[in-house]
Design a protein around this ligand. Structure first.
Ligand code: ARG
Length: 467
């Protein structure tokens, strides 16, 4: 491919070591699409005749179709090819002889790999966003099914206040909707076509770069050839977005792991997504959530790798950039499969709402509501906090909840306590006093669910519009 100026053969170990075909074989569909787009561009510039163009396009399609049916090892096992660009060229020449070499007129592998990777990341953004959408749908379906079921909300992992189970599930829906829009944002930002940038300074032929850009669904050609051939910001941004997805997934996974313990007993692990122990016959282990909790290490590791790779890199293309591919492939595959599994796992979860409810019934989860009762009686919140604190202390000593105290006992802590206190601190009242936008009152959660579903549909609709 480039041996003309060399007199000595390459060191064999080095030759093998510097190849990228072992991982960039994944880019065959992108390489074919970008090559077809380039073929049209150089045909328009008069480099190829109509007949030659058709031959090249047909052969490129045939290469893609044939290898999509064959195992990847048939690509990466090719001993002659250094990378996927070289592989396609060799295949092309095998099919259409010297005409195959004509395709490499007016282009460089530097712009090819930059283009392929943008196409790859754009596709992964769409597919991962779609899977996130499935996951949000599973969460909203569980939230709707949970209805008025309640559970404790925790701060510092201590029981804090009761919330609707739906409210808790929708919290994850919010995180994932942000993740979906983040993928949409970055895929709009990367959607410019490097083809025509040449090796570094721009193509040496007067090419109409808008042809390839349009052909590949980009919004236009990139603006600067030096930037375009060496930019991998889009890959880093994508991995940063995946890091956030993996972080959100890890938080969900940790909660499910905890809630599936005998100590909590809030959720039943679906057998289809659990494993047993070869030692302890009674075990059902949460391997799925444990692996999900761990994936952020690999995914954020990839983001860190590319950060270090790009630091201090001089313009423009450097072979260092080849090292961005493996972490990118590994992290995107990990994220894609994980999110797909989480959607199905979430749909299969069964909550033990009786356990969740009974966890709300002890531990003074209505203390905030009780203090608010006093506020409505004209007591400043600071004072109300203190009076309820004293009532809680009294209850702890007596061994009962606030509603187990008599009115006379309560009145030791404040004359403001009246008979209506007891109806203000029931579980229902404690839930429904959070009657603000984003709060856990039953009507608010119902509204929030409808709003979340509408935002999900809009996000999915926007993705369909983009693709
Ligand atoms: N395999 C190379 C990569 O992934 C393609 C670009 C090679 N360019 C070059 N000038 N050697 O970065």
């Amino acid at each position: 491919m480039w041996s003309g100026r060399f007199r000595e053969p390459l060191d064999q170990d080095f030759e093998q070591w510097q190849r990228s075909l072992g991982f960039d074989w994944r880019l065959l569909p992108q390489e074919v699409a970008a090559s077809k787009a380039h073929a049209r561009t150089i045909a328009a510039a008069g480099i190829l005749t109509e007949v030659e163009l058709e031959k090249i396009l047909g052969a490129l399609d045939a290469i893609r179709d044939e290898y999509s049916q064959r195992p990847p090892s048939d690509i990466y096992g090719c001993a002659q090819a250094e990378d996927i660009h070289h592989f396609v060229e060799l295949e092309l020449v095998a099919r259409i002889a010297d005409l195959g070499f004509k395709l490499h007129t007016g282009r460089s592998r530097n712009e090819q790999i930059a283009t392929n990777l943008r196409l790859f990341v754009r596709e992964k953004c769409a597919s991962i966003a779609g899977r996130l959408g499935d996951w949000v749908r599973a969460l909203t379906a569980q939230a709707a099914a949970a209805g008025d079921a309640v559970m404790p909300a925790y701060t510092h992992l201590q029981r804090a206040e009761p919330v609707l189970v739906g409210h808790w599930l929708q919290a994850y829906g919010e995180m994932l909707l942000r993740d979906m829009t983040r993928l949409g944002d970055l895929s709009r930002r990367l959607n410019y076509c490097p083809l025509g940038s040449g090796a570094v300074a721009g193509a040496t032929l007067k090419l109409d770069r808008t042809i390839a850009a349009r052909e590949l669904g980009f919004d236009g050609p990139t603006a600067n050839s030096m930037d375009a051939t060496s930019d991998r910001d889009f890959a880093l941004e994508f991995l940063q977005a995946l890091t956030l997805i993996a972080l959100h997934a890890s938080r969900f996974a940790e909660e499910i792991t905890l809630y599936a313990t005998a100590e909590f007993g809030f959720v039943e692990l679906p057998e289809a997504f659990s494993t047993g122990s070869s030692a302890m016959p009674q075990k059902k282990n949460p391997d799925l959530t444990e692996l999900v909790r761990a994936k952020v290490a690999r995914i954020n590791g990839a983001a860190q790798t590319i950060t270090m790779l790009l630091k201090g890199l001089p313009l423009a293309y450097n072979k260092d950039l080849q090292e961005s591919q493996e972490p990118l492939f590994s992290a995107s595959e990990a994220a894609e499969r994980m999110v797909g599994l989480l959607a199905r796992f979430t749909a299969a979860l069964r909550f033990n709402t009786v356990r969740m409810r009974s966890a709300c019934e002890s531990g003074y989860l209505n203390a905030m509501a009780a203090a608010t009762y006093l506020v409505h009686k004209g007591v400043p919140f600071r004072k109300a906090h203190e009076k309820i604190g004293q009532a809680v202390r009294y209850g702890l000593e007596k061994g009962c909840e606030l509603d187990g105290l008599t009115l006379e006992e309560l009145q030791q802590f404040g004359t403001e306590f009246e008979a209506d206190f007891f109806s203000s601190v029931t579980l229902d009242a404690t839930i429904n006093c959070h009657d603000v936008i984003g709060g856990t009152a039953v009507t608010r959660v119902r509204e929030a669910l409808a709003a979340q579903e509408a935002r999900l549909s809009a996000a999915m609709g926007q993705m369909d519009g983009n693709s």
